[in-house]
Design a protein around this ligand. Structure first.
Ligand code: ZN
Ligand code: ZN
Length: 365
């Protein structure tokens, strides 16, 4: 039987279904795994996505033709039965299951196997062929339990507050920011969120995710609050007047890349917290095993390492070249400034960020 999914210049293409999965060029029918900018782009004729991601897709992409399915709900498109299953990555993230004439393929999008309380936990889906991401697909990537990471963040924040210093924590605005808000001890002090994260916080709260109260900087009338505050800001805010107002602050960066030697220094921050929305090496292996797939196709990340390891373990493994970014490439611009229908701008953004982040991480690792 010929392959159910192939790569075309527009993106991953389901041949009999005649639709694309997370296409990077405008297409008629796009099935979207999640709302990170490298997976959900503007300009498609019609979108299909998991219902819990609907609010974020609409906030980021503006007016689009979107149909949403609950997790597990099936729809048939040109004979291919499509359903979405939780990927545990960010709110609304999904693996796409495609069944056609008895054969099942699953495209993972981005995923994380550790449940975090801000989105539906990852659910293994049995399939014949599993298309997996590989952002952290090297054996060196092994995450600490998130409770320990949040305890470290709390201790850093508490120590700064005791010394009368703000704690500026840089992280991506969609997913990571909400996960941090959900995980930290909000009794330590006030929490101030940059304007890039706040609209996304609202979408999470509307979806029923418990987040502590947050302040916009314009809402802080008593500036002495800054001395005990945790400030959540996107990396793009570093060095701006917005950040400088916090005076003598301590800063930190939260990302899976913080496990890589030199990454904290390159960001020139005081602390690095290794917190990722992607599966680590054991997580990737666990998900692949649980899928029971005999064939695995590896996308964005550490493709050669993963393919070699899977082949050595008796699986039929290959790769798809995609234009998805990794953990560091997810855009952190507020919804209002997302460019509309500008594929050329998006691909140039993509290549410039790829050049700065992934190769550095790879060579250092
Ligand atoms: Zn993502
Ligand atoms: Zn991705």
């Amino acid at each position: 039987m010929s392959d159910l999914v192939v790569v075309r210049k527009e993106g991953l293409y389901c041949v009999p279904g005649q639709f694309y999965i997370d296409p990077w060029r405008p297409v008629a029918h796009a099935v979207i795994t999640h709302a990170h900018a490298d997976h959900a782009r503007t300009g498609h004729g019609h979108y299909l996505a998991a219902a819990p991601g609907e609010g974020i897709l609409r906030a980021r992409l503006g007016p689009i033709m979107l149909d949403a399915l609950d997790y597990g709900q099936e729809v048939t498109h040109n004979g291919v039965t499509i359903s979405f299953h939780p990927a545990g990555h960010v709110l609304g993230s999904a693996q796409v299951r495609m069944a056609y004439r008895g054969e099942v393929w699953v495209a993972s999008g981005d995923y994380k196997v550790e449940a975090d309380g801000t989105c539906a936990p990852f659910e293994p889906v049995r399939c014949d062929t599993f298309i997996t991401e590989s952002t952290f697909g090297m054996p060196i990537y092994r995450w600490q339990a998130q409770a320990e990471i949040f305890a470290d963040i709390d201790a850093w924040w508490r120590a700064n507050a005791e010394q009368g210093r703000a704690s500026v924590l840089f992280c991506y605005s969609f997913g990571k920011a909400q996960r941090i808000l959900h995980g930290i001890d909000a009794s330590i002090g006030p929490i101030i969120c940059h304007g890039a994260a706040e609209p996304l916080n609202t979408v999470y709260r509307d979806a029923g995710v418990r987040l502590p109260p947050t302040l916009k900087v314009s809402e802080v009338t008593d500036k002495s609050l800054f001395h005990r505050a945790l400030v959540i800001a996107p990396p793009s805010a570093a060095g701006t007047p917005w950040i400088k107002r916090f005076g003598d602050y301590s800063d930190a960066f939260a990302s899976g890349w913080m496990q890589v030697r030199g990454a904290r220094r390159r960001r020139s921050v005081d602390r690095g917290f290794v917190l990722s929305d992607h599966a680590d090496w054991p997580g990737l292996m666990q998900a692949i095993k649980a899928s029971e797939a005999q064939r695995v196709i590896v996308t964005h990340g550490q493709i050669p390492t993963m393919v070699r390891w899977l082949q050595q373990n008796g699986l039929d493994a290959g790769a798809f070249e995609t234009e998805y970014g990794g953990d560091d490439q997810h855009e952190d611009v507020p919804a209002a400034t997302v460019p509309l229908a500008a594929p050329s701008t998006e691909s140039s953004t993509e290549s410039s960020t790829t050049a700065s982040a992934t190769p550095a991480a790879t060579t250092d690792a």
